[in-house]
Write a protein that binds this ligand. Structure first.
Ligand code: PRE
Length: 376
């Protein structure tokens, strides 16, 4: 019978040689980095990597080992690139810094736009993030809010990006790639929906309910208990409340906030209608200029990767290598490119950290498009 101890001794011996060779190879890669820093040649050389992998495949025996050896060298070269990006950050030409650091963003005496109407959750988020003495106004669509900031009529826009029950607000993700705006802050707001009706209405009168699609989705279970009600989606929850108050029809109800109910003089017909009692929405604060506060700890990026096997894995590996904690990933279809996706990633860090600089340098070089959406 095979002796396990003996096998392990042999493996250890081989591994020791491999580590020695790995370090030797890395030393040469550092020389390559020096050459590339001086000549400005790109770190990633897909042709060279492709030729190398083909050569490696020919050297190995049998299909399994051919694939295995290729995978191993793919990793080795990826590690080599990461080391080269590190050296480039340390000794190469300084990258143009688009983002400006500020001690603190002004939260008073500014003009803020939000989507919806007073009483909407966006309004609540704005009140929670900014000081009292701001000038605020509302617009109809998410796009309008972005337009206001892009045109310089507002300093900031407050927009919902995700809800803990219903998921992301996809339109906002898409608009973030359309407008050249930056996320400078975020505000998480507890969302407590109630069912609102006219002051004289009773729950048994209701046959039609209005809300934002997310409001309807977040109260799905409650609405399933009232299947006969006609559900109508409107642009936001406060607009739903406004509609009920204007239509003066006691069979109409809205799913919105208690605040919206007070604002439009409606009665609470049912509360706790959202099954998930930790229902929160995260709002982002957008600005025109790429600024970040000194103590910012979260970075959002958006990128497109070539449609090839392993590209996403390679891009994300820059975060792993630099010890960065990825907190979120989303994908959205790229308009006009069927089955191709754009990725949105959040990770912990500050743009001043060298680990962040290294990771971003590598990610930028190995994606076809990368935008830093913000550090906040
Ligand atoms: O040969 C190069 O140009 C290198 O940078 C070395 C190396 C490698 O580790 O083999 C690393 C990155 C390149 O994409 C190709 C190859």
């Amino acid at each position: 019978m095979t002796d396990l101890q003996e096998c392990r001794r042999k493996i250890d011996e081989i591994d020791n040689q491999m580590v020695e060779l790995f370090e030797k190879r890395m030393k040469v890669c550092e020389e390559v980095a020096e050459y590339k820093i001086h000549t400005g040649k790109k770190v990633l050389d897909p042709e060279r990597e492709h030729a190398k992998l083909e050569e490696i495949r020919k050297k190995a025996h049998g299909e399994f080992n051919e694939l295995g050896a290729q995978e191993l060298f793919q990793q080795i070269m990826a590690i080599s690139r990461k080391r080269q990006y590190q050296l480039l950050t340390e000794h190469g030409p300084k990258e143009e810094e688009d983002f400006q650091m500020v001690e603190e963003l002004p939260r008073n005496n500014v003009t803020v736009v939000f989507q919806g109407v007073e009483g909407a959750y966006s309004y609540g988020a704005m009140r929670a993030y900014f000081e009292e003495d701001i000038k605020s106004y509302h617009v109809k669509l998410f796009r309008d809010a972005m337009e206001e900031v892009a045109a310089g009529r507002a300093d900031y826009a407050v927009l919902p990006i995700e809800n803990s029950t219903a998921g992301i607000v996809a339109d906002i993700y898409d608009l973030l790639t359309e407008y050249n705006l930056f996320i400078v802050g975020e505000q998480v707001l507890k969302v407590e929906h109630v069912l609102l009706g006219l002051p004289e209405a009773e729950l048994s009168d209701i046959s039609c309910v209005y809300s934002h699609p997310q409001g309807l989705a977040q109260c799905k279970e409650y609405l399933e208990e009232h299947r006969s009600w006609k559900q109508t989606a409107v642009s936001n929850t406060a607009a739903a409340a406004k509609k009920v108050s204007e239509e003066k029809d006691r069979t109409h109800a809205a799913i919105a906030s208690r605040d919206a109910g007070e604002f439009y003089n409606l009665k609470v017909l049912a509360e706790n209608i959202c099954k998930n009692d930790s229902n929160v929405t995260r709002f982002i604060i957008l600005a025109k200029k790429p600024v970040y506060e000194n103590n910012s700890s979260k970075i959002s990026v958006c990128f497109e990767a070539r449609h090839e096997s392993g590209t996403l894995y390679n891009v994300l590996s820059h975060m792993i290598y630099n010890g960065l904690n990825m907190t979120k990933i989303e994908s959205r279809p790229i308009p006009g490119k069927t089955w191709e996706y754009r990725f949105f990633v959040d990770f912990e860090g500050n743009l001043r950290d060298s680990a962040v600089k290294n990771a971003l340098r590598g990610m930028e070089a190995e994606t076809s498009y990368l935008k830093i959406l913000g550090n906040y």
